[in-house]
Design a protein around this ligand. Structure first.
Ligand code: ZN
Length: 75
């Protein structure tokens, strides 16, 4: 019997990135104002980026959107 250990979520680790991106470039898309910007991910965390910030497990745009940005790979 195989038991899969599920690590308790670590604060600040982006779940969307956990399966896709550990490090590298990604695109974030703001659902409110449709802004798209490339950002850099390192160790599953958003690198400090103008206009976008990480809160908990999501990335938000500073336009006031209450919906988290979608994250895409850059290719
Ligand atoms: Zn926005």
């Amino acid at each position: 019997m195989t038991i899969t250990t599920i690590e308790k979520e670590k604060t600040g680790v982006l779940p969307e990135l956990a399966t896709n991106i550990q490090s590298g470039e990604a695109m974030v898309f703001c659902p409110k104002c449709k802004a798209i910007q490339s950002v850099f991910i390192q160790d599953r965390r958003l690198m400090p980026t103008r206009k976008f910030f990480q809160s908990g497990h999501s990335i938000y745009h500073d336009c006031g959107s209450t919906q988290p940005c979608r994250i895409y790979r850059d290719w």
